[in-house]
Design a protein around this ligand. Structure first.
Ligand SMILES: Nc1ncnc2c1ncn2[C@@H]1O[C@H](COP(=O)(O)OP(=O)(O)OP(=O)(O)O)[C@@H](O)[C@H]1O
Ligand SMILES: [Mg+2]
Length: 714
């Protein structure tokens, strides 16, 4: 018993687990309207300095990612030449301040000699001046080179990582992509995608060049201060101020790594909701027709007052503010006085022991200048290294998003074994399937079983929310079943290669969407293998009943349903007047640029649905070599007029025997009468199953609904 408890405890302490209920492991704080949950690392909590050490080790663990990034950057075409030039300019530039310092020293000692002895070595003076000028010109040129290389280099990096992130996003499956945590990770990696690489690069080169600066300045400093008794003291003091700065930085970095924040403040949530209502174009129809503008403004005003200016802020901003407050500790108070320390100490020493004063004011000045320059460079070095751990973590995050594990694991069995077999459709079977959507307690399907032979037609009917669409989504493996099995030609679909499974099926979703691409591309994406075949695209549009209206559009198949790139306009509001009374009117420039007056979709609901159907046909019917054996249609005719619906179903019925088809529908008759199998669903289960005649004979729910619909026409 005791052993079991000990084992249980050890298990709950397992590294990486995060249980929000456990107050020993999770610290809960409130920041404004937000609840912040931070993981406490109990193993390290009691050892002083261990979090800092962990942070360092973590930074060390990030180094392979840094190397990978460097390799990736160097593999970009024409990048490495620019990069080498950039780094060369950067590093050479870092040596120049020391040289300038040395020349300044020389100038001052010439001056000193001139005052003391009234003689000047003109030749030396000339060379020193020349050297000093060369240093400044050199600095300027090197800076210019760096600036010029900066833009093309950073753009190339940006392009590389934009493509990388595009793929990192594209490869995710639905449950993974839907997870808000994953969304956040992707957002973080992409908001600064190009710049993570660029920032890391500039930071690394910055650190190296500052290190070079420190070393070169130390050598000058050693020369200047070496002659002086207090040299060491001054060097130590100038280091002290930077040290405190460094410590306060690490304190911030060490605070919480695994954390999550949420808000349950209904006023704040409503406020953000109202903001969306007003900001997004898709809500505008309802806003106008519902006469809502005054009401929502008043509501927003009230809520805004209720939530308060300090709380109505998004989490990132609030957290930053609270971290800054934490950072403003005792050490940070010391920072500025410490920075003054070298000068004060030096003066005090000079007053106390006048004999130790430098022989001249000139060398005193030099001493001062060198010390302050050195301490500034040192401070910069510390500052740069302080944030490198964060930067390294960002690099690691960037490379990790490509490996976010998909929740739907791939299978290994190729499908179909024999391509010829697909020509007659595939057999589909559900065996005791139960399923709940991720995060949901309620079963969307409970113990669902049915069997469909190759080439058969199945229609699923039933009330809203009864589980019809869920059946179709599970066949496409958008989600995996919780219990039971789905079999295609006798194979559990989880064993099949995902790519093959999806190649063999074609789904028209109930909540289909159109891509913000041209109409042509929208249809053509149904079958990437024939994407460039215009003839195929046209035939698919014809079969889907879309060809006619597409041809009537001014830009035909090239019409964009929704322009993904927005136009830019000057900030002058239309309808107002300029200072000299000229009315502001954009129609001229818009006409010249052939810009559209609105950005929303310019098609009717039914036309949109015809396009979606066309895409399905592109995938499954148009080409001879289509590898699709199973067609899934979720309410394909919901927005179609009766003629279009009739034509669509007539066309689909022709496919019987060649493709297995599953429909979900609320309309009885046209389709159900021809179905080999009707499933009547209610509340997540199949209540009745059979053909139309069988179900009518049974006098059950299906029969009742059929009568209801038929009566409407009598
Ligand atoms: N993405 C989702 N996340 C959580 N629950 C969901 C999700 N989609 C659907 N559900 C729930 O699953 C149940 C079945 O939904 P489903 O979409 O399969 O119903 P349906 O029969 O297709 O309804 P309709 O006739 O309205 O299209 C419903 O209770 C619904 O609330
Ligand atoms: Mg549905």
């Amino acid at each position: 018993m005791a052993r079991a408890r000990a084992w249980g405890r050890a298990r709950s302490n397992r590294k990486g687990t995060f249980d929000p209920q456990d107050s020993k492991r999770v610290k809960h704080t409130r920041i404004g309207v937000w609840d912040l949950y931070e993981e406490i690392n109990p193993d390290l909590e009691n050892i002083p300095g261990s979090t800092r050490l962990e942070k360092l080790l973590e930074a060390y663990a990030c180094l392979p990612y840094l190397l990978r990034m460097l390799k990736d950057i160097l593999s970009i075409r024409s990048c490495w030449v620019m990069l080498v030039a950039y780094l060369a300019a950067d590093f050479s530039n870092s040596l120049l301040p020391a040289a300038s310092l040395w020349y300044s020293g020389q100038l001052i000692s010439i001056l000193q000699t001139a005052i003391d002895t009234r003689t000047v070595d003109k030749d030396l003076l000339f060379r020193i001046c020349l050297g000093r000028i060369a240093c400044s010109v050199g600095r300027r040129l090197l800076n210019y080179t760096r600036q010029e290389l900066r833009l093309p280099l950073s753009r190339r990096l940006k392009q590389q990582y934009t493509v990388y992130l595009f793929h990192a996003r594209a490869r995710l499956d639905l449950p993974t992509f839907e997870d808000p945590m994953v969304q956040r990770q992707l957002e973080e990696a992409s908001s600064t995608s190009g710049s993570i690489a660029w920032d890391t690069l500039t930071m690394a080169s910055g650190i190296i060049s500052t290190a070079l600066q420190v070393v070169s300045q130390i050598s000058v400093l050693a020369k200047v201060l070496g002659a002086h008794d207090d040299g060491l003291l001054l060097a130590v003091l100038s280091f002290a101020s930077t040290w405190t700065d460094w410590m306060s930085r690490w304190n911030v970095l060490a605070s919480g790594q695994v954390w999550a924040a949420t808000t349950k403040d209904n006023d704040y949530i409503r406020m953000v909701g109202l903001k969306h209502v007003v900001n997004n174009v898709e809500h505008r129809k309802e806003l106008i027709a519902g006469n809502l503008s005054e009401f929502v403004t008043e509501e927003f005003k009230q809520l805004s007052r209720k939530v308060g200016p300090d709380n109505a802020v998004d989490f990132v901003e609030l957290r930053r503010a609270s971290l800054n407050r934490e950072r403003f500790g005792f050490l940070s108070l010391l920072q500025d006085p410490l920075r003054e320390l070298p000068q004060i100490a030096f003066t005090l020493r000079a007053v106390q022991y006048p004999a130790s004063m430098p022989v001249s004011l000139a060398s005193l000045n030099l001493l001062q200048q060198t010390t302050s320059q050195f301490s500034y460079t040192l401070w910069r070095f510390i500052e740069q290294t302080g944030s490198i751990t964060d930067q390294l973590a960002a690099v690691r995050k960037l490379y990790s998003v490509a490996h976010i594990p998909n929740r739907i694991p791939d299978g290994t069995v190729p499908f179909p074994e024999d391509a010829q077999k697909l020509r007659h459709g595939v057999a589909l079977e559900f065996r005791n399937v139960s399923f709940r959507y991720p995060g949901s307690e309620r079963y969307a399907l409970r113990d669902v079983s049915f069997k469909l032979d190759a080439g058969q037609l199945c229609v699923i009917v039933g009330a809203n929310g009864s589980g019809k669409s869920t059946i179709l989504k599970l066949v496409a493996r958008l989600y995996d079943v919780e219990n039971g099995q789905i079999l295609l030609d006798g194979h559990d679909i989880r064993t099949l290669r995902l790519h093959d499974l999806r190649q063999a099926t074609s789904v028209l979703f109930q909540d289909y969407t159109h891509f913000p691409l041209s109409i042509r591309d929208n249809i053509a994406l149904g079958d990437p293998a024939h994407f460039w075949d215009d003839e195929h695209v046209r035939r698919a549009a014809r079969l889907g009943g879309a060809e006619e209206f597409i041809d009537r559009l001014p830009e035909g198949f090239d019409t964009y349903l929704e322009r993904p790139v927005s136009d830019y306009f000057s900030g002058m509001p239309e309808g107002t007047k300029t200072l000299f009374g000229r009315p502001i009117d954009y129609s001229g420039v818009r006409g010249a640029g052939r810009m559209s007056a609105h950005s929303g979709p310019s098609l009717s609901g039914g036309q949109m649905q015809r396009l979606a159907v066309s895409r399905t046909f592109m995938r499954s019917v148009v080409s001879e070599d289509a590898k699709v054996g199973l067609l899934l249609f979720d309410e394909p005719s919901a927005s179609l007029d009766p003629t279009a619906e009739h034509d669509l179903f007539a066309r689909l019925r022709e496919l019987r025997g060649n493709k297995t088809m599953v429909f979900s529908s609320h309309r009885f008759g046209n389709l159900t009468r021809h179905a080999d199998l009707i499933l009547y669903m209610n509340d997540s289960v199949i209540v009745e199953a059979g053909t139309h005649d069988e179900l009518l004979k049974r006098q059950g729910e299906y029969a009742r609904l059929w009568m209801l619909q038929a009566q409407a026409f009598l």
